[in-house]
Design a protein around this ligand. Structure first.
Ligand SMILES: Cc1cc2nc3c(=O)[nH]c(=O)nc-3n(C[C@H](O)[C@H](O)[C@H](O)COP(=O)(O)O)c2cc1C
Length: 210
């Protein structure tokens, strides 16, 4: 069995989403120590931002006329789609930045879509744990309800386009303790952190024992 882990935080060792992925993958590995975990980090090793447009241009160009850059971009797109096909399960740590999906994750999605056959369900029926973190809180009744333009988009791609069986684990208010304006939410943030961490461990175990 191959577990694919993809991180995307731009915050290195301070990452709350990678902390959740660490918990999930550690629990998976504790239960299935001999299985393969393939890792990719879109935050520390970003995919080239121009590769998607180059791959699309290459796809519209007869193979014998493609530039080296177009051929390379197509090969990159194909390899990302293949990485998804090869996975039996996945853990994705995709936080919210600037109210939306990170550009690194969007580039990865665009390239993987370009590398698959049109409409291909690259994760069909596979269990995927989507871990997402946010500095603020955007739930019902909050002043910025609906401003999270990350999570629903990711579920759309993973579940509806790629066919994955997605478990979403969210941790809000990660900026409590960092931004003093949020100090009144200290207790709630601690509870949300504990709940998310427990859910990540449970999800890692579920991946290993399904
Ligand atoms: C450049 C930048 C932009 C951010 N934009 C938002 C935002 O729009 N909304 C929000 O709630 N938090 C925002 N945050 C806070 C992150 O969502 C928060 O730090 C979260 O924990 C990120 O996941 P990570 O810790 O795995 O990097 C932003 C953080 C950074 C560094």
């Amino acid at each position: 069995m191959t577990l694919l882990r993809i991180d995307s935080s731009i915050q290195g060792p301070r990452s709350a989403s990678s902390e959740l992925a660490d918990l999930a993958v550690a629990e998976f590995a504790a239960n299935l120590p001999d299985e393969t975990v393939v890792k990719r980090h879109l935050g520390t090793d970003p995919l080239p931002a121009e590769a998607w447009a180059t791959a699309i241009a290459g796809a519209f160009t007869p193979a014998e006329d493609r530039s080296a850059a177009q051929q390379q971009a197509i090969e990159l797109a194909n390899s990302l789609a293949q990485e998804l096909r090869d996975a039996d399960a996945a853990v994705f740590a995709f936080p919210l930045y600037n109210y939306g999906v990170s550009q690194h994750v969007k580039t990865w999605i665009d390239l993987a879509l370009a590398g698959g056959v049109h409409g291909e369900r690259l994760l069909d029926g596979k269990p995927v744990v989507l871990l997402t973190t946010r500095g603020g809180a955007y739930g019902p009744g909050t002043p910025r309800e609906g401003w999270d333009h990350n999570t629903a988009y990711l579920v759309r791609i993973l579940a509806d386009i790629w066919g994955a069986n997605v478990t979403v684990i969210e941790r809000e208010f990660t900026l409590v303790g960092v931004n003093p304006a949020l100090d009144e939410f200290t207790e709630l943030a601690a509870l949300l952190k504990k709940t998310a961490h427990e859910a990540a461990v449970a999800a890692g175990k579920a991946l290993a024992t399904r």
